[in-house]
Design a protein around this ligand. Structure first.
Ligand code: IMP
Length: 421
């Protein structure tokens, strides 16, 4: 089992970090393949809260090696802060971390443009970490990459191209002066010195490690429904968040990822704007937010909350080739009399189990629910068989609907509150 992936099935924040923490015996190397500082995995190190944004969260476990793959966006300033914060918590991670030389950079003007564009285009509710503008720069082939710092000529040439392109955008679209070229470049050079010895060719490294029998965990960030091509466009992030993305973006053959764990929260959440058919904009949604502590790890924004949406989850299982499901935060649904699960949408009077494509259809999708009797999580259960019968019925229903086995069930905050089926 050299490669296995942990992928979110929703709009992010499914509890992937928690699932990775119980799989820590099963991998030697953990690799991030997309996104950047928009991600947020909260981890507690000796009661101190540390949030992993760019560094793979699996690195919190000792003796693991972490990889930031070629398509991960690097914000060097924030990365240095993140590494220092984690190390202050008593965990040395820098010496276990490798960054690919191909990684594109998030530059200060990308973050500024992200803010300006939110106003201009209308809110998508981005994290304002410069993700969209930095990936735009990259796909326009005007970006600056980590490897450019290894050679002054490359650095000056590439930085000029990126700076010029973004200055035109800043001036023409937003009426802003060009960013201060000299000071940005000076700062970047300083930042690079800090990470220079961690920069390698991770594609070579990961494929060699595979040959040498190492187990490699692929750590997804965000979720399948935020995928740039397959998600709820335009309310998506700017990278490929699926298992297929992991293969192309890490440079590993697709057939090698043969265990794909889809992480499904027992209810749905979304942070930022965009369609969310099962959203509960009422007291119940508020109660879920409070009980589930649903506030963004990166931006602290309150997350929107609603019922589990199996229509969207089934699509996520399909596009990722999910082989097993991990359900998280089941305890948050404890003590609710009747539990609803969305099993179809009604769009313009027609019932369907297929996901909409157009954004108007998405916003018109009304959930069709099945209702289940609630359950009470009373104590720490030792095995799946001990769980309340009503909960077992719900899990069986989820398995049948998604045609995928549920193998991991999280019923509380502690690591010991994770059951394997
Ligand atoms: P961006 O990735 O900052 O451009 O934001 C685009 C959309 O993705 C917004 O709705 C964000 O709230 C959402 N998003 C980005 N990263 C995460 C994440 O890690 N968890 C949940 N939502 C995210």
């Amino acid at each position: 089992m050299p490669f296995f992936a942990v992928i979110g099935l929703g709009w992010g924040d499914e509890g992937k970090g928690k699932i990775i923490s119980v799989l820590s015996d099963e991998f030697d190397i953990v690799a991030r393949f997309q996104g950047g500082s928009n991600a947020g995995h909260t981890v507690y190190i000796k009661d101190k809260k540390v949030v992993f944004h760019q560094v793979p969260s699996g690195l919190v476990h000792p003796n693991k090696t972490g990889i930031m793959g070629p398509y991960e966006l690097i914000d060097m300033e924030l990365l240095i802060k993140e590494i220092n914060d984690i190390e202050k918590g008593g965990i040395n991670i820098k010496e276990r971390l490798y960054i690919d030389g191909r990684c594109p950079l998030v530059l200060p003007y990308h973050k500024f443009i992200d803010e300006l564009e939110e106003e201009k285009r209308g809110l998508l509710g981005t994290t304002k970490r410069g993700i969209g503008p930095a990936y735009s720069d990259f796909t326009a082939r005007t970006a600056l990459r980590i490897c450019d710092f290894k050679n002054d000529r490359d650095l000056n040439e590439r930085f000029n191209i990126s700076w010029e392109w973004n200055s035109i955008l800043l001036g023409g679209r937003y009426g802003q002066p060009p960013p201060d070229k000299k000071s940005i470049l000076e700062k970047l050079k300083k930042h690079f010195e800090f990470i220079e010895d961690r920069v390698i060719d991770t594609v070579e490294f990961i494929n060699k490690s595979d040959k040498n029998g190492k187990n490699i965990l692929i750590e997804g960030a965000q979720g399948a429904l935020l995928d740039i091509a397959l998600g709820t466009y335009p309310y998506v992030t700017s990278s490929h968040t699926t298992s297929g993305g992991a293969s192309s973006l890490l440079g590993i053959p697709p057939y090698k990822i043969n265990r794909i764990i889809g992480v499904l929260k027992a209810y749905a959440t979304r942070v930022g704007k965009g369609p969310f058919p099962t959203e509960c904009r009422d007291e119940f949604g508020e109660a879920l937010r409070k009980k589930g502590e649903e506030y963004g790890a990166t931006t602290r924004r309150p997350r929107r909350c609603g019922w589990l949406d199996l229509v969207a989850s089934k699509y996520s299982c399909m596009i990722n080739g999910v082989t097993e499901i991990a359900i998280t935060k089941i305890d948050v649904l404890s003590d609710i009399k009747k539990i609803k699960i969305c099993t179809a949408y009604e769009i313009n009077g027609k019932k369907t189990e297929a996901l909409p494509i157009s954004i108007s259809d998405w916003f018109n999708a009304k959930p069709v629910y099945e209702t289940f009797d609630g359950f009470e999580i009373k104590k720490d259960y030792k095995s799946f068989d001990d769980l309340p019968e009503n909960l077992k019925k719900i899990i069986k229903f989820v398995e049948e609907y998604l045609n995928t086995p549920v193998k991991i069930i999280s019923i509380g905050k502690e690591k010991s509150q994770i059951l394997f089926k």
